[in-house]
Design a protein around this ligand. Structure first.
Ligand code: PMP
Length: 429
């Protein structure tokens, strides 16, 4: 059909014009032309339930953000070299949600920049170089942050100054999770000391998104974090994934674990799609960097970025989206656990709020990335978008906009059930 010809031509253009560094989703890529709330629409007007994208936290094309950005764009858009009351108001409100002592806000454009800066601060302050991360972590795309992102390493290992912690043992319910994590961190610190790097930071996304979503048990990270801080390392809480209410019970992922971070980094949902990110750290820590190089980010914290961020924060509160994440998330979690009891391919469900991972396994109970990919592609054909995560790529990652309602959850569950009954061709490796 002409639609297929059009898509084939787009795929050729993509190959000939766009760097092979950026991959497309799905066996049959989609051209999206419109978004609204939890819905995306392709060129044929087909509607997809977006249960994957955590950037449009309020929903795609939310009018509040559009208006705020448009109005600010008309009036003024300058960087942070001028006084800006709107920035101060936003910083006060955001810092007010954080447990930092004399916390200050630094605005960036991406989560990668925020983590890059966080690493510099931790290394400068501790005088050490080593970093502890989770085994399939992703923390961004700068040269420094790629080194601490084991999920980006397609060949070989992370550098010697990085030690990774495997989270999969947490699936064993008889395990003492807090003791396990504490022991792993103790070993990591010892290894980093032996190698002469020392431990500058434990850098974690507390929902462990790319490891396959490890939410529980809440609180299990506390002893490990205390150990790092006692050894002079900093806790960098990467809130790019769990932050801004997604996990339901708390506004921040680290708060679910009762942690006191030294540095908190933000990204993705902060601007609902407008590039806004940043970092919060104690004034004294930032002063150390100021004495060295300082930090300026041309577009970070610009007038328009602040307008977008403020609209997001206000709307999150007004529309009570954190509470929705909790209630709708719990309903979806229990629906998925029901499917888990029914279908052997679904081994277990983990999650908090609207951040859920489902392990897909083979008949002999091994991680099954192929079936995982089949499920994701079959759902795409049925108009539901989710993704994959985990060390083996065998975890369904479900992470919709926070305006996702129970009716959307029901649709997802029904389509997933149909996929499991009808679309796997009886072949489940
Ligand atoms: N940290 C985490 C946990 C992330 O998931 C990501 C993006 N996937 C980043 C940092 C990097 O953010 P950005 O793509 O905005 O640079």
């Amino acid at each position: 059909s002409s639609g297929d010809d059009h898509l084939d031509s787009l795929i050729r253009q993509r190959r000939d014009l766009v760097g092979p560094t950026s991959m497309l989703f799905y066996d049959q890529p989609i051209e999206m032309v419109e978004g609204q709330g939890v819905w995306l629409f392709d060129g044929d007007g087909k509607r997809y339930l977006d249960a994957y994208n955590n950037v449009p936290v309020l929903g795609h094309c939310h009018p509040r953000v559009i208006d705020a950005v448009a109005q600010q764009m008309v009036r003024l858009n300058v960087h942070t070299r001028y006084l800006d009351e709107a920035l101060h108001r936003y910083a006060e409100q955001l810092l007010g949600t954080l447990p930092l002592d004399s916390g200050r806000l630094v605005m960036t454009c991406t989560g990668s920049e925020a983590n890059d800066l966080a690493l510099r601060l931790a290394r400068l302050h501790s005088g050490k170089q080593g970093v502890i991360v989770s085994a399939a972590a992703y923390h961004g795309n700068t040269a420094a942050v790629t080194e601490v992102s084991p999920s980006s390493m397609k060949q070989g290992q992370v550098p010697d100054f990085v030690v990774c912690i495997d989270l999969e043992p947490l699936n064993d319910e008889s395990l003492d999770a807090a003791a396990y994590l504490d022991t792993q961190v103790a070993n990591a610190i010892e290894l980093l000391d032996e190698r002469g790097f020392g431990c500058a930071a434990l850098l974690i996304d507390t929902i462990f998104s790319s490891d396959g979503v490890y939410a529980d048990p809440a609180g299990a990270l506390a002893p490990a974090v205390r150990r790092v801080q006692h050894a002079g390392g900093l806790l960098i809480a990467d809130e790019v994934q769990p932050g801004f209410g997604r996990t339901g019970s708390e506004f921040w992922g680290f708060a679910r674990h009762g942690l006191m971070p030294d540095i908190v980094t933000f990204g993705k949902p902060m601007g609902n799609g407008y590039p806004v990110a940043g970092l919060a750290a104690p004034e004294a820590l930032l002063a150390e960097l100021s004495a060295q190089t300082g930090y300026f980010n041309t577009f970070g914290g610009s007038s328009v970025a602040v307008a977008a961020a403020q609209a997001v924060l206000d709307t999150l509160v007004e529309e009570e989206l954190q509470a929705n994440a909790l209630s709708t998330g719990n309903e979806l979690l229990s629906g998925l656990r029901g499917l888990c009891d029914e279908f052997p391919q679904l081994a277990r469900v983990r999650g908090a709020g609207l951040f859920i991972g489902v392990d897909i396994v083979s008949a002999d109970n091994q991680p099954d990335p192929l079936t995982c990919s089949r499920i994701i592609n079959a759902l795409r054909h049925r108009g539901v978008l989710i993704g994959a995560a985990g060390l083996y790529g065998n975890v369904l990652k479900i992470r919709p906009p926070l305006c996702f309602k129970p009716e959307h959850g029901h649709l997802l569950l029904e389509q997933l059930r149909q996929v499991l009954i009808n679309d796997l061709g009886g072949v489940t490796s």
